[in-house]
Design a protein around this ligand. Sequence first.
Ligand code: PMP
Length: 310
Amino acid sequence: MGIESQWIWMDDKLVPYEQATIHFNSTALHYGLAVFEGIRSYNTANGPAIFRAREHAKRLLDSAKVLGFRPLPWTVEDLVHAFTEVVRANQFNECYIRPVIYLAEGGWNLCVDNGRLALAISAWEWKNYLGQEAMERGIRANISTFTHHHPNVMMTKAKISGNYANSALAKTESVRLGFDEAIMLDPQGYLAECTGENIFLVYKGKVLTTPTAAVLEGITRDALLTLMNDLGYEVVDQMISRDQLYIADEVFVCGTAAEVIALREIDYRTIGEGKMGPVTRSIQQAYHSAVHGEHLRSSEWLEYVNPPVA
Ligand code: PMP
């Protein structure tokens, strides 16, 4: 996977890729004291556009607040401006954007006060997170032996870098076992989310998803709720058990990196027909047209990188 680009945003300016380095003595590295976002820019008829840039900027600031970083010198507007600068400077049409707010100095006493906060933003061309085939065929997943974070152990509303050791434990185990993705249960044994995606089931004509209390409130999940409402699907959020997954007609996951992907098999049980089902397909198509500027919802969700001069 190539994660190169020409320019990276560091400390309020663009620097060449090779110069975007941080010192080894950084608690962001040692203790995971950083927060991040994953955002995508898509090609549209009006040039590259960032999907829900403001919502991602807001969640980045919220994550920083949850981790206790203060004061935060950036506003949502500053961040959206910086995201668009990075896409524009690298002349990308479609790319993944990765901003990180981290403790560049301080934090050695495990207190995040009195350090120096920094913002860096990278972008790269990342086509299919789970592979091209996954988009059409769906993927195979298992229930992880690792439990999802308890919300009073690691803050599940925040994309804190250190949280992702939990995702990496689960994902690595699943991939080594021959699966594509891990499904994580919460400490009570109910369905939580995947390592980087929220999850939905289609069962008896309804779409079910997990309550948001203890999972990351995905921005893709939120967009899909709107699109499903537009499509006339009834969506219910409720506690979901492991065996409900096995007998669902369709299961799909969603996230910025993964987009909308069907799960065709879970724990060696075929889900539905063992391929992407009609509900998942309609939602995947609606999402695809929304992100590419071809949907009625696109105008409220897209931040054009090169807005037309009035
Ligand atoms: N859950 C987790 C744990 C994630 O890391 C992500 C990816 N950010 C998601 C869900 C999906 O969130 P989004 O749709 O905002 O990318």
